[in-house]
Design a protein. Structure first.
Length: 253
């Protein structure tokens, strides 16, 4: 597991049995990381940087200058990132071949990259395009992207209050749209879909079937669901791990 201590502004790693805790880097306050192989890509004030999982080789890859960034995705040898008010770029993971892909008038950072396809929101509508900016295709209205898994795209909707609701999915070509559950998307882990409803966490098959309540634990921010554990943060800022049924709570230290 790789995680940050925001108070100490440091990056740590630890085995999943909670042994072998090691500090990898100081002056590390990033709240968003993507781990690919032996490399950690992370957001910083200058754009996107990378560091090896042993703590060596820290360097900036994307310098956005005075622009503000929405975030980034890593797919293969490319980093895809967006800047305000609505430009999407790609750059090689070694920092070369920076290319603007598209300018999108009503883009607000809602984007997922899978293979050679970018799924993104333009206003309240969901679109996709190739990673070279061609082949733009509208998939749906009023859709918020949650995840892309294989041939399926999982998404939610926004109600009049601006709140996310419902868990839906469609084929990545926009067909076979269906509502899987009422509630809010949480995570996908393997063959399981997790979502919250009425303060309960549910687990279901990826098609929404066999839904079952897992626990009723106050989790301000679910960081990840991996195997039989949930990693989450509370309002206090502390982070914990619990079993899926809510038992065996343990705090990160």
């Amino acid at each position: 597991m790789y995680y940050t201590d925001t108070k100490a502004e440091a990056l740590y790693k630890m085995k999943t049995d909670w042994t072998g805790k090691t500090k990898l880097a100081d002056n590390f306050a990033s709240g968003y990381m993507v781990i690919q192989g032996d490399t950690i890509y992370y957001s910083d004030m200058g754009g996107v940087s990378k560091i090896q999982t042993d703590g060596t080789g820290a360097e900036n890859v994307v310098d956005i200058g005075k622009e503000s960034s929405y975030g980034f995705e890593v797919s293969g040898d490319w980093i895809y990132y967006s800047t305000k008010p609505g430009s999407i770029y790609k750059v090689k993971t070694d920092g070369t071949e920076k290319t603007k892909i598209a300018d999108i008038s009503s883009f607000e950072g809602d984007m997922k990259v899978s293979g050679e396809t970018i799924y993104y929101a333009d206003g309240t509508s969901l679109f996709k395009m190739k990673t070279d900016g061609t082949g733009v295709m509208k998939l749906s209205d009023n859709a918020v992207i949650h995840a892309v898994e294989g041939d399926w795209l999982y998404y939610g909707e926004k109600n009049e209050k601006g709140e996310y609701e419902n868990v839906n999915r469609m084929k990545t070509d926009g067909t076979e749209q269906s509502k899987l559950a009422e509630g809010t998307f949480t995570s996908i882990d393997g063959d399981s879909l997790y979502y919250s409803k009425n303060d309960w966490l549910y687990r279901a098959n990826l098609d929404g079937s066999a839904a079952a309540k897992m626990n009723k634990v106050k989790m301000w921010n679910i960081l990840d669901i991996y195997g039989e554990y949930i990693y989450y943060g509370e309002y206090s800022g502390a982070a914990y791990r619990i079993n899926l049924d809510g038992s065996n709570k343990k705090q990160f230290e």
